[in-house]
Design a protein around this ligand. Structure first.
Ligand SMILES: Nc1ncnc2c1ncn2[C@@H]1O[C@H](COP(=O)(O)OP(=O)(O)OP(=O)(O)O)[C@@H](O)[C@H]1O
Length: 343
């Protein structure tokens, strides 16, 4: 069920600048997310996306600019930002590995429980009632992400894709009006990525606006109502997926080739042609010709190690399901995959 409320700004970032010494990581960035919207934030490695997220969530105090949530300027303090209604997930999974799945979600509820220390220590009726309500809501969220049957499992024993989902459930437990997702599909196989896409649509349909950073262009352009592109800390372009995909500056500076051209297809075709040639040669009894090593390396990167709890990929990714193999961001997927350990 899509929300019927007329769109209004949920998040307004105005003139956000973040300097680290002499380096300006984010420069004068404006960004608005309206209710009912899914907005994408893309850009090459080091463009300033995560720094910008950190400014929105109070982890960093922006050097300049202000961030408002539903018309109120936010103090740059993470717990106050969460309390106001913004929740986030991180690029690297940050679950409590030795806590159960349910406990991880319950942790996310603490900003919404009013019971104080004494009430908790004495375990009075008020505390027990609040605790029961929290557990009920946490179980609802686990059901929503399809992990209710694993409520008692330790988080560290979940497969990688489920750990990422659990992070989202924990963020939702704070009952946000805006969810910030930092590379939610990093390290996922194509099936997990598609499931995440459905999950984000379902979250939007619950009335929660979403701002998402992702390197997977197919995911972003399928999902987002609007996309903002950062380059070297500055906003390069903003618009609908169609507008951004077709923007010459984005194509030149970031995508390299038009998205419709299925980035990576050329390299895949080259490898397939080389393999066919090698087959034909070996059928003739000659030694197989070595495929062009550059193209082969690009089209079929060595899979990097996943986190221990991660399952083996069910199937090799289909070439068309991995659109950014030819993009400069392919490395980022591999990089975050190895960073998937629960901490
Ligand atoms: N705490 C920090 N101190 C100093 N420099 C930083 C800090 N955090 C980020 N930077 C620098 O700011 C720039 C932007 O980094 P940021 O991580 O925000 O980029 P990004 O777009 O999120 O990149 P990626 O896609 O690789 O995650 C980079 O040059 C980075 O080295």
């Amino acid at each position: 069920m899509t929300t019927t409320i007329a769109p209004s700004p949920v998040l307004e970032a105005a003139g956000v600048t973040m300097r680290f010494g002499g380096l300006t990581a984010v420069r004068n960035v404006d960004l608005t997310v309206n209710s009912g919207e899914i907005v994408g934030l893309i850009g090459p490695n080091g463009a300033g996306k995560t720094t910008f997220f950190n400014c929105l969530t109070g982890l960093y105090v922006p050097t300049e600019g202000k961030v408002s949530y539903k018309g109120t300027v936010l103090p740059p303090k993470p717990h106050l930002v969460t309390q106001a209604g913004i929740a986030r997930t991180f690029q690297n999974i940050r679950l409590f590995a030795n806590m159960t799945v349910l406990e991880n979600v319950l942790v996310g509820r603490h900003t919404r429980t009013k019971e104080g220390l004494w009430s908790a220590l004495l375990r009075g009726p008020g505390f027990k009632k609040a605790e029961a309500k929290s557990r009920e809501r946490a179980m609802e969220l686990l059901e929503f992400i399809g992990l209710e049957h694993k409520a008692d499992h330790l988080a560290r024993n979940l497969p990688y894709g489920e750990q990422r989902k659990l992070e989202i459930a924990r963020a939702l437990a704070s009952e946000p009006g805006l969810l910030l997702l930092d590379e939610p599909t990093a390290g996922m196989n194509p099936q997990e990525t598609r499931a995440t896409e459905e999950l984000v649509f379902a979250i939007r349909d619950m009335g929660i606006a979403v701002l998402v950073i992702e390197h997977d262009m197919r995911f972003i352009f399928n999902l987002c109502d609007r996309v903002t592109v950062l380059m070297q800390g500055e906003k390069l372009v903003e618009g609908t997926s169609d507008v951004v995909q077709g923007d010459e500056r984005v194509i030149a500076a970031y995508l390299g080739t038009p998205f419709e051209g299925a980035p990576g297809a050329e390299e895949v075709a080259e490898v397939e042609a080389a393999a066919a040639a090698a087959d034909a040669t070996s059928e003739d009894g000659a030694a197989p010709a070595a495929p062009d090593s550059g193209a082969a390396a690009e089209a079929a990167p060595e899979p990097e190690a996943r986190d221990e709890a991660a399952p083996e990929p069910e199937a090799a990714p289909e070439p068309e399901a991995a659109p950014d193999t030819a993009s400069p961001e392919a490395d980022a997927q591999g990089k975050t995959r190895t960073e998937g350990d629960s901490r």
